[in-house]
Each structure stands twice: as C-alpha cells, then as structure tokens.
Design a protein around this ligand. Sequence first.
Ligand SMILES: NC(=O)c1ccc[n+]([C@@H]2O[C@H](COP(=O)([O-])OP(=O)(O)OC[C@H]3O[C@@H](n4cnc5c(N)ncnc54)[C@H](O)[C@@H]3O)[C@@H](O)[C@H]2O)c1
Length: 365
Amino acid sequence: MTVETPKAKLKVALFGVGRLGSIRARILTNFAPRIELVAVCDPKPGSDKWVAQNLPAHVKFFADPEDCLVNGGAQAVLISTATATHAPLVLRALDLDLHVMVEKPIAVDIETTRVVLEKAKTKPHLKFLVPFCRRFDESYRSLKTLVDSGDLGDIHAVQTDCLDKQDPSGFFVNFSEQSGGIFVDMGVHDIDIARFYLDVTKGCPNPRKQVNRVFAVGQTAVYHDLNNLKTRDCDNGWGVVEFSNGKVLNFHIGRTLTNGFESATRVFGTKGSAIVNNNSVIDRVEVRDGHGVRTATTPDAFVLYDKSFVHDLEEFANCVLDDKPLSLLADDALEAGKIATALQYSFRNNVPVLFDEEGNPVLRA
Ligand SMILES: NC(=O)c1ccc[n+]([C@@H]2O[C@H](COP(=O)([O-])OP(=O)(O)OC[C@H]3O[C@@H](n4cnc5c(N)ncnc54)[C@H](O)[C@@H]3O)[C@@H](O)[C@H]2O)c1
C-alpha cells in the first residue's frame, strides 16, 4: 500500500543555530516531511557560512532577527536562541501573526513568561508550543499510558534526575546568566514531567493554587566560579515540590557527571512503581571483561532524546496544517516556569517558598 505524502508544507524560519538550533536545522531539512525550512537567523559571526555549508541553497540566511521575521517568508518560527532572548522574538512573531514553537523555558523570570503567554492567548488562531522533550519520548509516553491505566494505583510521588557530563570548557558558567540558572534551565524539565504524571489539579481545594511549597539546595562541586556570578548558581541542585493535593516531586540536577548524560524518572503508585532511563545507555551493548560489566552512557540530552526533537516538530506541523489542538498547553509551560523560578529563588536565598491562593510563588526580595 502506498501512503501519499500531504502536499501542503509549513514554512518555518529558525532562530538560533547554536547547540540545539544546529540540530534542529538538520531535522527541519531532512526529517520533517511536512515542513519547509525557508529561513535561518543568527547574528553570531560565521553563522552565514555554517548555513551555506550545511543547509540547502534555498534556505535564506539573515543576521538581523527583525529582517528575518518580516522578510523570511515563514508562516511559523522555531525559536532556538538563548533563553534570555526568547521573549522579544516570540512577542514580535505573534504580532506578525506567525505560529510559534519556542524551546523551554519561555523566559528566565515569571513576569516575562506571563507577558509572553498572555500575548499568545490573544492569538487563539495561532499555535504556540513549548516542546518539553521528555513528553515527546516514546518511553515516557508508554509510562504515561501505564499511569493512566491505573495499573500502578494512585500515583503519589515522582523522583527524577537530570545530570549533564562535565564540560571542561566551563560552558555552564557562561551559560548560567543567559539561561536563568540551573533550576530554571534544567529543573523545568523535571517539574514538567512530574506534572505530566501527577494529576496535580485532582483533589486540589483551589485549582488556581497547584503548589503548596518548594525548597531547594545546591552545591558547587566542580564549577566554583558559579558562586561569583551576580545571579549565584550551582552545579548540583536538589529540589522538593509539594503540590496542593499532597503529591510530591523530588529531583537531583547536575552538571558534573564523568560518564555522560543521565536522565531518569521514577513514578511511585499505591500498587507499584515504574522507571524510565534507569540507565541512560547509548545502545544495548554490555562489555564484560576484567573491569566487570559496563555499558556506554549517552553523551548528552541531544542523543538521549534525539527522537523527541523530531516528534515535537511533527506534532507542531500537523497541528498547524490540520488545525488540531497541541498535546500540551501554554499554561503547562507557565506552571512549570513558576515552580522552577521559585526553586531558583529558594536556592539563592536559603528559604522555602510558599505559593499564594492565586498560585504565585511568594518571592520577597
Ligand atoms: N532538551 C531541551 O529541550 C533543550 C536542550 C538544550 C537547549 N534547550 C533550549 O534551547 C535554547 C538554545 O539553547 P542552546 O544550548 O542551543 O544555546 P546556544 O547558546 O548554544 O545557542 C543559541 C544561539 O542563538 C543565537 N542567538 C542569540 N540571540 C539571537 C537572536 N535574537 N536571533 C537569532 N539567534 C540568536 C546565538 O548566537 C547562538 O548561536 C535554550 O532556550 C535552551 O534552554 C532545550
């Protein structure tokens, strides 16, 4: 049986060809059958050469974001720039009536996140997607089906870790201020996936207030320069989130592993528990020799979640072209962003953070 490929393609402009953006560019041109990459923008010197050498000749290069937004010929944008630069690009794209997919997190603070989401809500005819990569991973999706089946009973707690490999170049130190800090940048994934499995509004006396309190601690085990930043950060952090219905997330995030990148998620139910990525292996090869039994770890999130970065684009294109609803809401990104920012604040100020009846963290500084 032959399956016909639908003819209509979504014209997309990509902003940012850094670590993730360069991967996105290759996916957009090779593995996204319903998307046509029409333009790429990155003001970083040398980006024009990278585009000329790696992408098809018809992809237009822009060094100026405004020029690309107005003259790129796109119907939709994918914003893959440093987090601190997301908001102005998203707001302008929405003004120009472009569909938006923007990498997590939306912004480094709650106020900006809220401004962006309120603007997106004024444009209900446009799709707006923040693609948390674990939600687009096949194993995480299987676990969601298991959780929803009820076979694990009532899911009362989630425990995760997300641990990057050490980078001797000190990338994480320079990256910290632009990314909002480790809880905002990395912890937001753990928070989002916990919200995905814990039914956080069920049994909640006030649905606006999904969280009671959060607490975070951190260390600088390797990258001591993080202590000297204007906005202090850590290279290992632990967070606890108590949701208003009594469910709990606890997680460990870090930047100092030596074997590779690990990212595990365990859900605890009243009838059983289940875990994804207990060992973040690159393949199923096990070496057994004089050192014992060992497997190779994935080097980074881009490899462990490689298919997610294809699946999310597929969903985005399908939902725009077929006018279908997306599988996650803009409000999911807002709730995760609020909790992540509260945890970053908790770590920096050595205090627990309570949430008020409107569902906002009470940040006193
Ligand atoms: N698992 C995930 O979902 C995941 C993984 C990695 C990164 N991210 C997110 O993706 C985003 C990019 O991260 P990265 O690691 O690739 O960053 P990066 O610093 O490697 O790359 C960012 C690029 O954006 C460019 N840029 C900056 N301002 C721009 C503008 N106004 N217009 C166009 N280009 C601009 C920079 O020159 C740079 O090349 C971040 O928000 C990050 O949080 C998500």
